[in-house]
Design a protein around this ligand. Sequence first.
Ligand code: AQP
Length: 335
Amino acid sequence: MYKDKKVVFSGVQPSGVLTIGNYLGAIRNFSEFSENYHCYYCVVDEHAITVRQVPADLRKRTYETLALYIACGLDPEKNTLFVQSHVSGHAELGWILDCYTMFGELSRMTQFKDKSAKNADNINAGLFTYPSLMAADILLYQTELVPVGVDQKQHLELTRDIATRFNQIYGDTFVVPEPFIPKTTAKIMSLAEPTKKMSKSDENENAVVRILDPKDAIIRKFKRAVTDSGCEIKRGEGKDGIMNLMSIYSAFTGKTEDEIEAEFEGKGYGDFKLAVGETCADALAPVQAEFARLAADKAYLEDVMAKGAEAAARDAARTMSKVRRKLGFIELKRR
Ligand code: AQP
């Protein structure tokens, strides 16, 4: 789409206050693409309603997620920051791609299986077709690269299959995107159940560290983190809790796992947990300060939203026009 620059797209659902999983697995990495790519970073509110949301909370978190994007270093002048429901092409292409996505493919998605188990009273069709809307988000902008955590890898593979299928039927229409998954922080685990992913919608507050948690809460949560009955800060079988804390510490300090093991040799879990908590809280402090400033300026956030939506809609319209033509839909001639 942009002859001079390749395209990056990613999104975060405003389905809860973002966690350090969202931060380390996704958002923190977004700004590294800003100089060399044309970047679209979207607050995917249409995805959030696949699980029941309280409208006032959804609204608040949509502003909050946009403010966090900026607080995490995304300059609205260098990135297209916008809200999914402000660009109608997402839902429109989502429907079209539903018709090119197989029931069997969607049935194999592990996120659908997990989320339908968690929301047994609301297994709606949107939860099932979520991946084709996600494919639409990405393909709408002719995206080359999608920075995501590893939990989204399966959806990305399906996006590639849908794009390839569409291109085979209609000729080149979509760029087939590649995932960009960080090597060490691709999956931050729950502090309460370290074999499970840390998720912003987890009801157990002790399981998640949120980007906006105050320092004392962060330290308290790390102190309570579930670990094994051993006492050595070392990688090993059955040490999922300690290894999760090591990868969080590593992500915030840049130290390797060998360096961390050496640093804490002879020390206990209590010392280590305190160090992880303090390091994490100190690293998040500047993001929190910037967030507080931005969140107080709703007019500025609305301005960013409006400009982002306008730019995204203009770019999305080019892909939609191509898709409509290929499908045999009649392009409306306005009189
Ligand atoms: N624990 C995690 N570790 C690393 N990356 C993660 N991501 C999410 N959790 C972790 C990445 O964050 C980005 C935004 O995620 P999302 O909002 O689109 O939805 P999700 O993957 O379903 O995230 P959550 O936190 O688990 O949300 P809920 O609880 O609402 O389902 C994605 O790039 C994701 O990979």
